[in-house]
Design a protein around this ligand. Structure first.
Ligand code: TRP
Ligand code: SF4
Length: 329
């Protein structure tokens, strides 16, 4: 099949992913047949904020890759690699740092917010490396001359900067880099069990690797309509986390469930039991696949090694175009 072009995307190695990440992974997986895909673990990016807490990074990489593979990222179809194993990323980042005005980086909308967030937790990330985070990301993307980058909305400013840097390079030295487009996926937003944004730092997640028991505990702890005391009280499903999940996992039955809740015809305990059942059916095969992967250490290592080898060829090809443009003659 003729592929539509090349896609690149990556994630920082945050360890085990949660079920909110699943739709991102499903989106990646669905692109594998129509595009040539490069998916990588951004472990250098992890250093921008965790430079002094590196002891978990290796294990986090392994746990995250197990999630990727269990969710359908297929090493037969996609190139899966580790950023830090390809020194060309650092080279291109350095060259980009020469041509990027500081003001472009300071103006990235998320920059000041994230610095403040870390400061509240007592961490100073006003480093050279953290300011350059989006520039390293630009190097990741442009290195593989990607045509499209599947990202969440939060990453759009980074992608915009990437395109500006690519254009500036092409303008100063001569054309090397295509202009990558953002591929925004419609990712349904799953709240955490407490109704806030699902995030490890809020301890409100259900992990992709959750056991059947952990899944049940997670669903049971979901926040429901606080106005419902007895199960015959009319409910307000629109404020209920369980209801939001039904909307994703049991979309076909949503209107019936909603009506029953509003009429006081179903209790929250039964409603949660139904959700647990549906989610378990959905997650059991993923969990099984994940278990066989995580217990086979060399499997993940071999995939990364082969992918990194393949990505290195491509990175070298790019740098072989880049250097003669920079140092001419
Ligand atoms: N910044 C991205 C995130 O936090 C991770 C990332 C690094 C990335 N390099 C990238 C994503 C290149 C897409 C393309 O999710
Ligand atoms: Fe939520 Fe279901 Fe209870 Fe209604 S019955 S409040 S939807 S858990």
């Amino acid at each position: 099949m003729v592929k539509k072009g090349r896609i690149l995307s990556g994630m920082r190695p945050t360890g085990r992913l949660h079920i909110g990440h699943l739709s991102v992974l499903e989106n990646w997986a669905s692109l594998q047949d129509s595009y040539q895909c490069f998916f990588f673990v951004a472990d250098l990016h992890a250093l921008t904020t965790s430079f002094d807490e590196t002891e978990n990074i290796r294990e986090n990489i392994r746990q995250m890759l197990a999630d990727w593979l269990a969710a359908g990222i297929d090493p037969e179809k996609s190139v899966i690699f580790l950023q830090s194993k390809i020194p060309h990323h650092a080279e291109l980042h350095l060259l980009f740092s020469m041509i990027t005005p500081l003001s472009w980086l300071e103006r990235v909308p998320t920059y000041k917010d994230i610095v403040l967030q870390h400061r509240e937790r007592g961490k100073d990330v006003t480093t050279y490396g953290f300011l350059g985070y989006p520039l390293l990301q630009a190097a990741d993307i442009l290195m593989y001359r990607a045509n499209a980058v599947p990202v969440g909305e939060d990453q759009l400013p980074h992608l915009e900067l990437c395109r500006e840097v690519g254009r500036r390079f092409n303008h100063i030295y001569g054309h090397v880099f295509p202009d990558p487009q953002a591929l925004l996926a419609r990712v349904p937003l799953l709240p955490g069990v407490d109704g806030r944004k699902m995030s490890k730092s809020y301890a409100n997640v259900i992990e992709l690797a959750a056991t059947a028991k952990e899944l049940q505990t997670g669903v049971n702890s979901m926040v429901t309509d606080p106005a419902r005391i007895r199960k015959t009280d009319p409910g307000h499903p629109e404020v209920c986390v369980v209801h939001k999940y039904h909307g994703i996992y049991r979309a076909d039955e949503l209107s019936g469930l909603e009506a029953e809740c509003k009429a006081g015809g179903i209790g929250c305990v039964a409603c949660k039991r139904m959700l647990t059942g549906t989610m378990e059916e959905f997650m059991a095969p993923i969990r099984e696949k994940r278990e066989s992967i995580i217990n086979n250490r060399s499997y993940i290592d071999d995939i990364l090694e082969a992918g990194t080898k393949r990505a290195t060829e491509e990175a070298r090809r790019t740098m072989d175009m880049v250097w003669p443009k920079v140092f001419k003659g």
